[in-house]
Write a protein that binds this ligand. Structure first.
Ligand SMILES: *Cc1c(COP(=O)(O)O)cnc(C)c1O
Length: 396
């Protein structure tokens, strides 16, 4: 369904499907396959020697028709040439980095990247002889240009940044990198391809932790990398060489999640905006870091580049509340759960500790990250209201 006549929600219901190919079934079946039998010796021998065409089923590790349906759907949504489905979002980050970087190369990462991305870069990329460096996510094109060295091969972006939600000037940074022959990789999980299409803004590789909004129900783990034309072959080659794979049942859940992602995200956005606006008025809150709010420092960039905002943001408390006071708030919610991940139907509230090396993080109080789920926002506001009462009481 690459038919641009149709609007987003219409396409979400139809892409990554092919009833005629699958006996009329509305949903593609789940293929559990490792061995795939070749029709004759010549075909079998040939498949061992050449590069497989996308869409062929040769061996389970290289994907089945179930995988191809999700990969085609995500390529279409992200506006890329090819997508690989992977076991989780972190694996997608790793695959994107290994597609670009080798020993002797230099990689620049935004100081606000997802903490496990930082850990992979610091502990493993460096052990493979890749130099790793961090940059201020709010740097402009000239600032990035000044950080690029002769051996720089990749700039990693994440917009908005994990837990602190800085919005980057993606088109300017992608253009500055491209002018120096440097690839750009973005973690596009927060926006999903519905709200931001990085490849159209000049980015080379777009990563999704599909575990979040694509699966959308806090059950399956899934990741994906979508590549521009220039990087599509190297991406697939990397995955085939290192052995990256997503289980077919999880891929199926990703495909199913896509069907409702449009309506879910609209609701996440409307509720998050309502809750965030309410939080702005609370005396316990110094700042609500949600790009859709006009007061967000990079609201203009979000407005220029994005088509919407998802349900994840953070608040900075107005005082240096002790951990025990914050725990009194977070431990007793009726609705907000204390758990990692996000993008499911359920609301979450966790303490967050921004880690910085290229910049400094200064705030009047602790940071709490909220995921606004699909519950009624008035119930969520009441739950938060009671939480602030506990916080104030515990702070004495
Ligand atoms: C959760 C997350 C990931 C990792 O996804 P998993 O599926 O949990 O491995 C990567 N990037 C961002 C921004 C995330 O929030």
């Amino acid at each position: 369904m690459s038919d641009k006549r149709f609007k987003r929600d219409t396409r979400l219901g139809h892409l990554g499907r092919d009833p005629a190919r699958f006996d009329g079934a509305v949903n593609p079946p789940v293929y559990h396959a490792s061995t795939v039998i070749a029709p004759d010796t010549a075909t079998f021998k040939a498949s061992g020697r050449r590069r497989f065409e996308k869409g062929e089923t040769v061996y389970g590790r290289f994907g089945t028709p179930t995988h191809q349906m999700l990969e085609d759907a995500l390529s279409e949504l992200e506006g890329g040439a090819d997508t690989v489905a992977l076991g989780n979002g972190l694996q997608a980050v790793v695959v994107a980095l290994l597609t670009v970087a080798k020993a002797g190369d230099h990689v620049l990462l935004a100081d606000s990247v997802y903490a496990p991305t930082r850990k992979f870069a610091d502990q493993m990329l460096t052990s493979f002889g890749v130099e790793v460096d961090y940059y201020d996510p709010l740097i402009d094109g000239a600032g990035l240009d000044a950080r690029i060295r002769a051996n720089t091969v990749a700039v990693v972006l994440e917009s908005p940044g994990s837990s602190t939600f800085e919005v980057q000037d993606v088109p300017a940074l992608a253009a500055a990198a491209k002018a120096r022959g440097v690839a750009t990789i973005i973690d596009n999980t927060w926006a999903t391809p519905l709200f931001f299409r990085p490849i159209e803004h000049g980015v080379d590789l777009s990563v999704q932790a599909a575990t979040k909004y694509i699966v959308g129900h806090a059950d399956a783990m899934l990741g994906a990398v979508t590549a521009s034309d220039a990087w599509a072959n190297r991406l697939r080659e990397t995955v085939y060489t290192m052995g990256g794979f997503a289980g077919p049942d999880d891929v199926y859940l990703g495909l199913r999640g896509l069907r409702t992602m449009g309506v879910r995200l609209e609701r996440h956005q409307a509720s998050a905006l309502k809750v965030a606006t309410w939080l702005q008025e609370r005396p316990e809150v110094a700042e609500v870091r949600y790009p859709a709010l006009p007061e967000h420092p990079q609201h203009h960039l979000w407005q220029r580049d994005f088509d919407g905002a998802s349900g994840l943001f953070s608040i900075v408390l107005a005082q240096p509340y002790a951990p025990a006071a914050v725990a009194a708030m977070l431990d007793h919610f009726d609705l907000f759960g204390l758990g990692a991940s996000w993008g499911g139907f359920e609301s979450l509230a966790i303490p967050s500790d921004p880690h910085r090396t290229a910049t400094t993080w200064e705030a009047p109080g602790p940071v709490i990250r909220l995921h606004i789920g699909l519950e009624d926002p008035d119930d969520l506001i009441a739950d938060l209201d009671a939480g602030f009462a506990r916080l104030t009481r515990a702070a004495g």
